[in-house]
Write a protein that binds this ligand. Structure first.
Ligand code: TA6
Length: 279
């Protein structure tokens, strides 16, 4: 099947963007952070990702929305409190390794300019493989090219677009979660899983399939290589303190993150793949 594909590189603010438009979907990707900003499959025309209207696209600050790549640590660094949350590749320049037009999707392979940084001394190759078709595939491949094992944490910190948080539920989670808002207290997963206040949870389970239901639409999330799922919504009060979030932005977004929060060891010559497929 032939794809009518245009993949172009456009500057927006200080950021170089890739725009992919094929028979199946439209997507934009920021080379700053290797960060997918939008994905709309053409069969239903529904945007799956949320991007803050106040996101800073200045190639300096992390971008609020889309799919930030958290690596080589998730959240605060475990020993060095001076280091930025969620690692350093979300604020790196990434480059395109290749871009291939396949039968039913476009594949784009990106790499960050630097994988070594303060707070992490693993010798690695990091590759992001993005597949844009009826569904969006995101694979983060961490390869150990050194002679020592290393352990990393990270996440595909996806911000999903929803119609209204008050009419939104998540299915597929069960068991216990750690509540980051209550000093990591372990609590049972709510059933049904709905939202009425700030939520910041690390679910210590590894479901392959999750769904977000909002106003009659369902977004499906397939995860591979994770040790947990993080669910986050800052709600009203916290949003007001965030300079890159509109006051009511929290109503339109929900983060469901395919994550490695407990630590993944990668042996020399081996690789670990963290993957999320969105449809
Ligand atoms: O994944 C949830 C979380 O770690 C929250 O604790 C919250 O602060 C969020 O990520 C956003 O982090 P950021 O550094 O992008 O502001």
């Amino acid at each position: 099947m032939h794809l009518s594909q245009t993949t172009s590189s456009l500057p927006q603010g200080e950021i170089e963007m890739l725009v992919v438009d094929n028979d199946y979907a439209h997507a934009t990707i920021s080379l700053f952070g290797g960060h997918i900003l939008s994905f709309t499959p053409k069969h239903d025309g529904i945007q799956r990702l949320w991007l803050s209207k106040k996101a800073q696209l200045d190639a300096k600050h992390p971008i609020r929305g889309g799919i930030p790549i958290c690596w080589p640590w998730f959240g605060p660094h475990n020993t060095q409190t001076n280091l930025s949350a969620h690692g350093y590749v979300r604020t790196q320049a990434w480059h395109v390794v290749n871009c291939v037009d396949n039968d039913d999707h476009t594949t784009i392979c990106l790499k960050p300019s630097v994988t070594k940084g303060e707070g992490f001394d693993g010798k690695t190759q990091l590759t992001l493989i993005i597949s844009i078709g009826r569904e969006l595939g995101v694979k983060l491949v961490t390869e150990n090219t050194g002679e020592q094992p290393f352990t990393y944490t990270g996440a595909l910190h996806s911000y999903f677009h929803i119609e209204d948080i008050s009419d939104c539920t998540v299915t597929g989670l069960s068991g216990q979660y750690e509540d980051k808002l209550q000093a990591y207290k372990r609590l049972p997963t709510p059933m049904p899983y709905a939202f009425n206040s700030e939520t910041d949870r690390v679910h210590l389970v590894t479901p392959k399939e999750l769904a977000i239901k909002s106003n009659g639409h369902v977004t499906h999330i397939h995860s591979v290589g994770h040790d947990s799922i993080v669910v986050w919504n800052p709600w009203a009060e916290k949003s007001r303190t965030m300079h890159d979030m509109e006051d009511n932005g929290y109503r339109k977004m929900l983060c469901v993150e395919t994550s490695v929060t407990q630590g993944q060891t990668v042996l020399p010559g081996q690789q670990h793949v963290l993957e999320q497929v969105i449809r």
